[in-house]
Design a protein around this ligand. Structure first.
Ligand code: NAD
Ligand code: UDP
Length: 319
């Protein structure tokens, strides 16, 4: 018997890789997405597959499906997108997660929730372990996403405690790879597109802030393992601890593309975290997992994908 799996946000960057993986593993997959930042193109190779179904739907509205597992990813992830309509972002995080939890409660399905390293805010503890409570500005421009996700976590652990819903909580750190939206304003997509177009690479601030980038295949592997793990609702950091500054990543992308682009320094956005690196000991012990793709290899694959669809024109930021 095939497992029936619902993936919310399945037409997005991470979700589309996850849908592909689940179909390959022999599951029946329903992808539910309102195409806010996702695209049919991301799931084009699955659309004719008899084991895959796409439904256009907003997770803030209730939904129903007879499924065994739910991966709940629906939410814009890039600051440019989630700040464009902050009220909608909060609604997606909170009401969308509530709807996913209600469905899990009704059906008895196990539910993976895509949380984020943003729950740690601008961290005062480095690297970040799961027991760190974070340092988030509750009224800043990132609050709609950060606090929305923190509320989603609170809802998830409450449903686990009160109704014994089987929750798996993954705190995802910066993830990159093929199918990132060329206009989503994230650092890897911006720099790759700018380098390929031979435009200046826009570094916000002085470029000394750090992030730790995980290749999407590694991330999907961790997510699938966490869903299968014999554990509880406690959060698990999922990411690659290889830490790099924003300026280093600009230089690396410039080198890998052989681009003559210059570095252009721009103002640092409000509340931009200074540093971020996951402690992944818990994922290692629980899932026997560690990332395999190093940054250079992952960037090569990502740049090749952008290069193949570089009919891209216009700016790096969405209108
Ligand atoms: P993405 O924007 O590419 O994908 C999000 C998907 O959710 C899109 O297909 C979008 O159309 C869909 N969506 C948004 N709002 C919706 C709604 N109200 N109803 C139905 N569908 C909706 O982003 P991604 O990078 O693939 O992120 C997927 C998940 O992982 C998100 O929950 C995000 O918060 C989380 N995450 C991602 C990263 C990362 O670095 N990519 C890091 C931490 C957490
Ligand atoms: N960033 C940058 N230039 C860009 C886009 C982003 O310098 O063109 C910086 C941004 O200010 C942040 C880091 O890169 O410090 C990562 O940004 P991203 O939006 O990718 O992810 P997040 O801030 O959510 O980790």
């Amino acid at each position: 018997m095939r497992t029936r799996v619902l993936v919310t946000g399945g037409a997005g960057f991470i979700g589309s890789h996850l849908c592909e993986r689940l179909v390959d593993d022999g599951h029946e997959v329903i992808c539910l997405d309102n195409l806010f930042t996702g695209r049919r193109g991301n799931i084009a190779n699955l659309l004719g597959n008899p084991h895959f179904e796409f439904e256009r739907h907003d997770v803030a509205e209730p939904f129903h499906a007879e499924v065994d597992q739910i991966y709940h990813l629906a939410c814009p992830a890039s600051p440019v997108h989630y700040q464009r309509n902050p009220v909608r972002t909060v609604r997606t995080c909170v009401q969308g997660t509530l709807n996913a939890l209600e469905l899990a409660r009704e059906t008895g399905a196990r539910l993976f929730i895509a949380s984020t390293s943003e729950v740690y805010g601008d961290p005062e503890v480095h690297p970040q372990q799961e027991d760190y409570w974070g340092h988030v500005n509750p009224i800043g421009v990132r609050a709609c996403y950060d606090e929305g996700k923190r509320c989603a976590e609170a809802l998830a652990v409450s449903f686990a405690r009160q109704y014994a819903v089987e929750v798996r909580l993954g705190r995802i750190f910066n993830t990159y790879g093929p199918r990132m939206h060329e206009n989503d304003g994230r650092v890897v997509s911006n720099f790759a597109v700018q380098a390929l177009r031979e435009e200046p690479l826009t570094i916000y601030g002085d470029g000394s802030q750090t992030r730790s980038f995980c290749y999407v295949d590694d991330l999907v592997e961790a997510v699938v393992r966490l869903m299968a793990a014999d554990t509880d609702a406690r959060p698990v950091n999922l990411g690659n601890p290889q830490e790099t500054t924003v300026e280093e990543i600009a230089q690396q992308i410039k080198r890998l593309t052989g681009s003559p682009s210059e570095l252009a320094f721009r103002p640092l956005p409000e509340d931009d975290p200074t540093r971020r690196r996951p402690d992944i000991s818990r994922a290692g012990t629980l899932l026997g997992w560690e990332p395999k793709v190093d940054l250079e290899d992952g960037l090569r694959r990502t740049i090749a994908d952008f290069s193949a669809r570089t009919t891209v024109t216009g700016g790096q930021r969405p209108e």
